[in-house]
Design a protein around this ligand. Structure first.
Ligand code: FES
Length: 293
C-alpha cells in the first residue's frame, strides 16, 4: 500500500516491484535453480528461496518476492502470504546482527524480561528497531527450545545461553564494536545475510564451521536416506492396537454391541479427558473457595 510521508496508509495499490539489476538477477537465478532442483515440486522451494533473497538485501523486499513468484510460477500474493507469515523473514531493513531475547515463560522469569528491558534502554531502540550504526536489531523472540539454558539470547539464530543483564549488554557492545563473539554452541557467528544464505541451503564455507555445527540426528535424516534408497520405508503402526496398517485388522461390525475397551483402546495422555467439569460431579465448574474463606 502507498503511504504518506507520515507513514499513513492511503490504501492505494503499489506499482509493480522493480526488478534486480541484470547481474544480480542472473546470479540469483543460478542459485535459485540449484535450490529448486532439490524438490519434486518447485513451489516447495519457496521457503529457501525467501531466505536466498533475504541474503541479498538483508530483508525480504517486494523485488525479492516478485523474483520468487516468477521463478516458481506463483502469484506475488501467494509469496507475500508466506513471507509475512513466518517471523524468520524480515520485512524491513535491519542490522547485521539480529539480537533476539527470549521472553517466553521460562526465560522471562529467569531474567529474559529484565534483559530485554535493559537492552532497549542500553541501545536506545524498541522491539524490532535497529541501532543508528546499522549493527544491531533488537527483538524479543519466542521459545527456541533451549529452555534448559534460560535465559537465552540468540544472535542471528546462534545460541548465547544463561545470559544476564550485564553479559547481554557486553554482547551487544562487542557486536557493535566488531569484537569477535563466540556463541555458546554451534558454528561461529556470521552476519545476518550470511546466515540467510546458509538457511537457503548453501553450505557454510568457513573452515571448521560445519563440524562445529554438529550433525542432524538419525530421525531428521531418515527422509534423506529414503530419498537416496539407503533405507526402507518404516511400517506405519496404529497408535491404538500397535499393529501395522498393512496387515488385516479385525474390525467389529458397525452394529456390534459395545464392549469393554482393551488396554490398548484406553485413552492416552494425548486424548481429551472423558470427564470434564461439566460431566464430573466430583469436579464442578465454577469458582472454588480458597481455604479459609
Ligand atoms: S523459554 Fe526461552 S528458550 Fe524456551
Amino acid at each position: 500500500m502507498t503511504t504518506t510521508p507520515e507513514g499513513v496508509s492511503l490504501g492505494m495499490p503499489q506499482l509493480p516491484a522493480p526488478d534486480y539489476p541484470d547481474d544480480v538477477r542472473a546470479r540469483l537465478e543460478r542459485d535459485a535453480a540449484e535450490v529448486v532442483a532439490r524438490y519434486p515440486d518447485s513451489r516447495s522451494a519457496l521457503l529457501p528461496l525467501l531466505h536466498l533473497v533475504q541474503s541479498e538485501e538483508g530483508h525480504v523486499t517486494r523485488t525479492g518476492m516478485r523474483f520468487c513468484a516468477e521463478v516458481l510460477g506463483l502469484t506475488t500474493a501467494e509469496v507475500t502470504a508466506v513471507a509475512t507469515f513466518y517471523t524468520m523473514y524480515r520485512r524491513k531493513p535491519s542490522g547485521d546482527y539480529q539480537v533476539g531475547v527470549c521472553t517466553n515463560t521460562l526465560c522471562a522469569v529467569m531474567g529474559g524480561d529484565a534483559i530485554f528491558e535493559s537492552l532497549q534502554e542500553h541501545l536506545g531502540v524498541g522491539n524490532g528497531e535497529t541501532t543508528d550504526d546499522g549493527k544491531v536489531t533488537l527483538e524479543h523472540i519466542e521459545c527456541n527450545a533451549a529452555c534448559d539454558f534460560a535465559p537465552v539470547v540468540m544472535v542471528n539464530w546462534e545460541f548465547f545461553d544463561n545470559q544476564t543483564v550485564d553479559s547481554a549488554k557486553q554482547l551487544v557492545d562487542d557486536l557493535r564494536e566488531g569484537v569477535q563473539v563466540e556463541p555458546t554452541r554451534g558454528a561461529p557467528l556470521c552476519t545476518f545475510k550470511e546466515t540467510a544464505r546458509i538457511l537457503a541451503g548453501f553450505p557454510d564455507q568457513r573452515e571448521g564451521a560445519v563440524e562445529a555445527s554438529g550433525s542432524a540426528g538419525p530421525a531428521s535424516l531418515i527422509g534423506l536416506r529414503l530419498a537416496k534408497g539407503e533405507a526402507t520405508p518404516a511400517r506405519v503402526v496404529h497408535p491404538r492396537d500397535g499393529g501395522p496398517h498393512d496387515e488385516p485388522q479385525d474390525r467389529a461390525p458397525r452394529d456390534a454391541t459395545p464392549h469393554e475397551p482393551s488396554p490398548a483402546e484406553h485413552a492416552s495422555s494425548h486424548d481429551a479427558p472423558h470427564d470434564t467439569s461439566a460431566s464430573d460431579p466430583a469436579h464442578p465448574a465454577g469458582p472454588v473457595a480458597e481455604e479459609g474463606e
